[in-house]
Design a protein around this ligand. Sequence first.
Ligand code: FES
Length: 180
Amino acid sequence: MSETLKPTRRTMLTRLGILLNAGIGAVLAVPVVSYLLAPLRGKNGAPYNQWVKLGPLEQFPEGETRLATFRNPVVRPWDGQTADIPCWVRRIDAEKFQVFAINCAHLGCPVRWFAASGLFMCPCHGGVYYADGSRASGPPERGLFEYEHKVEDGELVILAGQLPTLAAQDRTGRRKTCDC
Ligand code: FES
């Protein structure tokens, strides 16, 4: 082999540098890609959104709005009580429900239901919603977000996992089922 074809020290170091950078880039890409895909897939590859029971229908009297809690379907051992998610259930009639995310559509503070006034109110910036979850006043630009739901074997079941925001609905291609 002639002298001119031998890789120089500089060429060797350049190649080594490129190789090292590629390796480091690949290692750094793993958590970034996992983060980006996390909303689509849950723990152990299970779908992030899953149908979760809220309780028997008798637990939700007709014409009333009640607080209910469900366990987030994607939990980790260290999640503790933070995986217990509250939501508001409005039973309109025998088979008609609305299940609202507890988070205000403005910046996510938990809203409270005031039966006497028939309003949901947000303690953070004064957002107010009507009983059907539509916006009444304050900074929120829209009504409360709703969980997709169904009645199965005498129990109310919701599609839980992600907050039912517009972005989540767009990702899954689903929209709320209640036309009330
Ligand atoms: S977070 Fe509810 S009004 Fe701002």
